[in-house]
Write a protein that binds this ligand. Structure first.
Ligand code: C2E
Ligand code: MG
Ligand code: MG
Ligand code: MG
Length: 287
């Protein structure tokens, strides 16, 4: 029986791989090869000035074009990469790729947008995390002032001492630090006292409940005010509707990203968007 089950698990090299264990097995075993074979790509989502529609920065989001599983979401493969430690290698590749894309934008005469990257606690656990980032930026001729590092609240708590000292070193060379998914972690706000955050990204789950859920609406408004009073930049994540947008504007939130403006898009499409300088909210929403 055991043998047949084992065999069955291997039959997933067929058209559609939907069995969860099977997929996970595939993803787990294929990562190293995937990186070598260029199956990872970076998509970019614009961060937009909500009043002028100007593109202010872009967030780099990892994608895996798996030959059997198709396009795999980072929500599925990042946890595996964190568990195996492979996120460290992919993270370095991503920084290099972002630098290459940035160079391409310059070549095409486009403005040098800031790029935001996501980093997990496993990456900070590496002794030489800061040095490795610095080395890549130096090698690629990338101005650190164009880089933003996004961390979640949990990263700040997990290894607070090392993380905070690393972040300070990164800030010293001009990199900005953003707290991602703000409001969803089991964290206290006390890190706002000990650490100088540049940007807060309020989680899309709050934004998407505006205005139907009164609590989400009030929390969003309060976080906008909190950020302003603390002199921290604020980005609203996951804006999907014109109604949400109008509330955010009324709350004096000036920056946001979300499907309303653009889904994360590959480099060649992003070039069109930044050549335009503006990214308009879609009048009709279909996604
Ligand atoms: P995140 O950093 O909070 O990224 C925002 C996620 O929300 C992205 O999902 C994006 O596609 C999605 N999103 C953007 N606008 C909307 C919207 O209007 N509605 C909805 N429903 N979703 C929206 P994605 O690309 O699937 O990434 C998921 C998470 O995976 C990211 O969350 C981030 O935590 C992680 N991730 C992605 N790339 C990397 C990476 O290179 N390194 C690390 N460590 N984590 C990454
Ligand atoms: Mg992020
Ligand atoms: Mg987020
Ligand atoms: Mg997230």
């Amino acid at each position: 029986r055991g043998k047949t089950a084992g065999k069955k698990r291997c039959q997933c090299y067929s058209a559609d791989v939907d069995h969860k264990n099977c997929r996970e097995f595939l993803l787990r075993s294929d990562m190293q090869k995937a990186l070598a074979e260029g199956q990872f790509v970076v998509h970019y989502q614009p961060m937009v000035n909500l009043h002028t529609n100007e593109v202010l920065a872009v967030e780099a989001l990892l994608r895996w074009e798996h030959p059997i599983c198709g396009m795999v979401s980072p929500a599925e493969f990042i946890p595996i990469m964190e568990e195996t430690g492979f996120i460290v290698d992919v993270g370095k590749w991503l920084v290099e790729e972002v630098c290459r894309c940035h160079r391409q934008w310059k070549k095409e005469g486009l403005p040098p947008l800031k790029v935001s990257i996501n980093c997990s606690s496993v990456q900070f656990a590496e002794e030489s995390f800061v040095e490795s980032i610095q080395a890549i930026l130096h090698k690629m001729g990338f101005d650190p002032r164009h880089l933003i590092i996004e961390i979640t609240e949990s990263v700040l708590i997990e290894n607070a001492k090392k993380v905070i000292s690393d972040l300070q070193k990164l800030q010293e060379i001009g990199i900005m630090v953003a707290v991602d998914d703000f409001g969803t972690g089991f964290s206290s706000l006390s890190y706002l006292l000990t650490f100088n955050i540049d940007i807060i990204k309020i989680d899309g789950s709050f934004i998407q409940n505006i205005p139907t859920n009164k609590t989400s609406t009030i929390i969003t408004h309060s976080v906008v005010n909190l950020a302003r009073e603390l002199n921290i930049k604020l980005v609203a994540e996951g804006i999907e509707s014109l109604e949400q947008l109008s509330y955010l504007k009324r709350f004096k939130c000036h920056t946001g990203q979300g499907y309303l403006y653009s889904k994360p898009i590959p480099q060649h499409k992003l070039i069109e968007v930044i050549a335009n300088k503006k990214c308009e909210p879609k009048k009709t929403q279909r996604f």
